[in-house]
Design a protein around this ligand. Sequence first.
Ligand code: GLN
Length: 484
Amino acid sequence: MLNYTIRQLTAELAAKRVSSVEVAEFFLKRINTLGKALNAFISVDEEKTLAAAAAADRLIAAGKAGPLTGVPVAHKDIFCANGWKTTCGSKMLANFIAPYDAHVIEQFNAAGSVIAGKTNMDEFAMGSSNETSFFGPVRNPWNTETVPGGSSGGSAAAVAARLTPVATGTDTGGSIRQPAALTGICGLKPTYGVVSRYGMIAFASSLDQAGPFAKTAEDLALMLNAMAGFDARDSTSLQREGEDYTRDLVKPLAGLRVGLPREFFAEGMAPDVAKAIDEAIAQYKKLGCEMVEVSLPNMKLSVPVYYVLAPAEASSNLSRFDGVRYGHRAPEYSDLIDMYNKSRAQGFGAEVKRRILIGTYVLSHGYYDAYYIKAQKLRRLIAQDFTEAFKQCDVILGPTSPGTAFKIGEKSGDPVQMYLSDIYTIAVNLAGLPGMSLPCGFDSAKLPVGLQLIGNYFGEAKMLNVAHQYQLATDWHQRMPQGS
Ligand code: GLN
């Protein structure tokens, strides 16, 4: 059961060789032991999980199973789930019980899956290491001295350690792909607008997108089938024909043009990462792909552009946490302003405060044109680079992260170093493109290396095809951490 994919699990359930309750019990046991040691979860509610599993068993017995019926899914604690504590990794929301379901949760419920718990994350999804969580850092199951990446580090660690077969996350600048890379699993960020943001606590609304974590590309496709779809409650949700994201998985890759951005390979990658990526390129050549050099000349601007735009949006989105409308309220205060000040000072951690200060500054009168407007213009140029590149290739390939998992505490004192760990992922969010990470090897310390694929707009099925064919030819995705 430990390594079952969605198809294997649903086949066992359909054949009644195992019940959904037994599956839930199996994974809950792991969550309550190994999961505690990794600090991967913020909320576990056995009663709710087992009740949902029992309901799934009744559906299966009645012959009414959906595509994910009985499959446990751990959700990042950024998604509101009715009756579940939903904290966003913050003291600000430490006692918030969501009174409704996010669209993503509704979709998974409709597909029959069982909520396995809510996973730990960087506070308000700000971070690349999971060290900014009010609930403490998550540990990487490959080496518990190291970080799992962030901000969806709890979900990534949970899938890597087989605490749950699959999980959800969100990606504003890399928060699905980078933790997937650092924990040796697969993670996908869809084209902006494909998955509704309704009920997903907002960080930077023009960049935020939800996506799946799994062991295989095929599982990602099955999860995306459940997650994607129009939702009138999110004004940026796209109204499109439904897609079956598994439809292209089996297509051979012969003749596929794979773009290698010159700027990705210029400098900055750790030697072990570069070696693993080179080996992946060789594998793709064997599969009949043609390598094409492309250029993303403005990519170097993506981290500075992101750190103007994302904090600007965050400062606006987080203004609602004032102790009145939402969030923690200071127990003692003298007047209204003092109450706001104290509530926000107590409720938010250092990284969130840093972002709110930067965002307020770049949006302020006199600086708005110089920073915010300028960054918006550069964002357009970054997106145009991709449009040009996709004239010459079908998919772009590169590393997900410049290095492998780093030690807990190693970068937390230096925000700029931390921000640079998203150097290869952030441009994809700025352009609104789909991107994914899949495991492609290990470094000399036996820590996983992630391979990034970037698709053109709505190129998810193609990207998943490219990943699946690689997984048919290699076995990196089958490796699991020792002790798990
Ligand atoms: N690490 C980036 C940040 O701190 C991206 C986070 C994310 O994608 N949510 O903002």
